[in-house]
Design a binder for this molecule. Structure first.
Ligand code: ATP
Ligand code: MG
Ligand code: MG
Ligand code: MG
Length: 421
């Protein structure tokens, strides 16, 4: 240390007395303090230090010292300041602002400490995802974003024109990943997905990013093992590389450490219904219905770890799931529910292998067989047991960072009433 450096920074806050000024800076990688001592820098630089406004950009020169009191652990003793870009009255002041105001200023709000920490952790999850799937021998097969048909019906799809044809924005790359798995064994996609959901919850975005692995020659239990290893790897990567960000967020690493301990419990959908009924807290819960947020919260709280709920009723799941070998009312699938009230973070299943079963399922779902001929081909030429799942990146970010609302987990959220900025 004690080395002289010159850094490009923005001013986030300041306070000064007659002889010393404390300037709070951010340089994009951290937040830290600069100390300007009048006797060391002279009148002119000291006056400049006192006049700089919030968000003005600067080059500061100085020496770096350890500073145990700051989150970052360092401060800079300033010897010179050069102004780069002035700042007008900055709308986001250190006082509290309402959510709508902050969302209208999302392009500026991203500069704040919490948002910095969340975006760094989001980036770590992206990095760790590539590391994990590369290490496991997967290749990335990109699914198209414009699709000509609707895998699970059109109710939640954004419609657009594709020259003189109809097209939809992808809500999942899964069917294409299945083609990829039949070609290359283990594949994944990682791209934006779109759902025209008119629901206003703290877990749903209109546009979000999904990681969708698909594995040939793989049954459910192996897929669950892969899923829990992946989630534990994500959490461990954040613990290894984002301690500074966790401190900024006041997210307790001890809580996260629990989530690296495998295995995660597995309970059947039947058992989940039983637990909910026995608790007496859910008088309306009925076998055959999907869980809402209160039910998911209750189930994961019970284990204080992520928990797999397996084998849901066939009637509430999409057409492509493998039927259960001995019961015709359930399918071989699993949702992974996160603790602390974050709900479903992964949805996955074994995929049906039999072409005739799939044709029947398409009919039942009222889908057009001709749209799915290519998908049926995957069963006509060397069908194998295969499984896959989808993780919503922003759900994972929200949970791991401990944020209240999923809108904080993506740089520019698309919400029911928001497409600006
Ligand atoms: P939910 O029951 O919470 O509405 P889903 O069952 O509709 O989710 P899937 O179709 O199984 O979701 O998608 C796989 C994963 O994608 C989910 O487990 C979740 O992590 C994520 N996801 C789904 N919908 C959204 C959304 N609107 N915003 C953000 N992430 C989502
Ligand atoms: Mg949904
Ligand atoms: Mg669900
Ligand atoms: Mg699901």
């Amino acid at each position: 240390m004690n080395e002289e450096v010159k850094i490009g920074v923005w001013l986030t806050n300041k306070r000064s007395s007659g002889k010393i000024a404390f300037l709070q800076f951010r340089d994009g990688t951290a937040f830290f303090q600069g100390v300007v001592v009048k006797n060391n820098v002279g009148e002119e630089t000291f006056e400049l230090a006192k006049e700089i406004r919030q968000e003005e950009s600067l080059y500061v020169t100085g020496t770096i010292h350890q500073d145990k009191r700051s989150h970052f652990g360092y401060e800079i003793e300033v010897s010179n300041i050069e102004e780069v870009g002035k700042s007008e009255d900055y709308p986001i002041t250190p006082k509290e602002h309402g959510v709508d105001f902050l969302m209208d200023h999302r392009h500026l709000w991203l500069r704040s400490k919490r948002q910095f920490a969340v975006m760094q952790i989001r980036n770590e999850l992206i990095r760790a995802t590539y590391e994990f799937f590369n290490k496991e021998g997967f290749i990335k097969i990109d699914a198209p974003i414009l699709t000509g048909s609707a895998p699970e019906g059109t109710t939640e799809l954004f419609h657009t024109k594709y020259f003189d044809k109809d097209a939809y924005l992808s809500q999942s790359g899964q069917l294409y990943e299945e083609a990829g798995a039949m070609a290359y064994g283990k594949v994944f996609s990682f791209g934006p997905t779109f759902r025209a959901e008119k629901s206003k919850t703290r877990r749903h975005l209109i546009e979000f990013w999904m990681i969708e692995p698909e594995m040939a020659f793989m049954h459910q239990e192996q897929s669950l093992e892969l899923q829990e290893c992946y989630i534990a790897f994500l959490v461990q990567s954040v613990l290894d590389h984002c301690q500074y960000e966790l401190k900024l967020l006041e997210r307790d690493p001890e809580i996260l450490k629990r989530y690296t301990q495998l295995p995660y419990p597995r309970i059947s959908y039947d058992k989940a219904i039983e637990m909910l009924t026995e608790s007496g807290e859910f008088p309306d819960v009925k076998w055959g219905e999907d869980f809402g947020s209160p039910e998911e919260t209750f189930l994961a709280e019970h284990f204080s770890k992520p928990v797999f709920v397996v084998n849901y009723p066939k009637a509430i799941k999409p057409f492509y799931m493998e039927p259960h070998p001995t019961r015709d009312d359930i399918v071989v699938c699993a949702d992974l529910l996160a603790p602390e009230g974050y709900g479903e973070i992964i949805g996955g299943s074994e995929r049906a292998t039999d072409v005739n079963y799939l044709i029947k399922q398409l009919e039942k779902a009222g889908l057009n067989k001709s749209d799915y001929e290519w998908y049926l081909d995957l069963r006509r030429y060397g069908s194998v047991p295969h499984s896959g799942f989808g993780l919503g990146l922003e759900r994972a970010v929200t949970w791991i960072t401990g944020e209240e609302h999923i809108r904080e987990a993506i740089p520019f959220p698309r919400l029911l009433n928001r497409i600006y900025p």
